[in-house]
Design a binder for this molecule. Structure first.
Ligand code: S3P
Length: 176
């Protein structure tokens, strides 16, 4: 198999994992989630890594995972942790190795989806204000890395997956 990776980016609660798994099933490709791979590397949960070693250490592991998965010769569906785009090298690697789709939603929608923020250390101080702050900091980065944007508000997981796949398949980059 060859072809570009399908990469999903966006803030926490955007639906990257759920939608990514659905897209991977339809495309019959392996699905990877950068948070899961970081956890496997560190033998610790994301929350434990933040707690014991700090965010900077988590970002180092995340950067390495992004480098590894984007280098995979087999095309993957890659769900990125919300902050994976913070690193310029990771943004370049993701952009160059795939069709990158930014899953967007208003922060009120993201907030409802993340619930009490369990397992997401950055949301401990309060989901609304944090998501608003992260949205304004990161939107330019999501915009820079993405080849397509999907507004997920009001759509079911299946509808988002269909829209993502249509966007990917409509991209010049999909078939080379
Ligand atoms: C983070 C998002 C999380 C996880 C970590 C940090 C972020 O992933 O990587 O808690 O900086 O936005 P999800 O976007 O999959 O929740």
């Amino acid at each position: 198999m060859s072809g570009p990776h399908l990469v999903l980016v966006g803030l926490m609660g955007a639906g990257k994992t759920t939608v990514g798994e659905r897209c991977a099933r339809v495309l019959d490709r392996p699905f990877v989630d950068t948070d899961d791979l970081v956890e496997a590397t560190a033998h610790a949960t994301v929350a434990e890594i933040f707690e014991q070693f700090g965010e900077a250490h988590f970002r180092v592991l995340e950067r390495q995972v992004v480098a590894d998965v984007t280098a995979s010769p087999a095309p993957l569906v890659i769900a990125c942790g919300g902050g994976a785009v913070l690193d310029a090298g990771s943004r370049r690697a993701l952009h160059d190795a795939g069709v990158v789709v930014w899953l967007q939603a208003p922060t009120s929608v993201l907030e409802a989806r993340v619930g009490d923020g369990d397992g997401r250390p950055l949301l401990r101080g309060g989901a609304t204000s944090t998501l608003d702050r992260l949205a304004s900091q990161r939107e330019p980065m999501y915009e820079a890395v993405a080849h397509a944007v999907v507004d997920t508000a009001g759509l079911t997981v299946d509808e988002v997956a269909e829209t993502v796949l249509a966007a990917a398949e409509g991209s010049d980059r999909w078939s080379g």
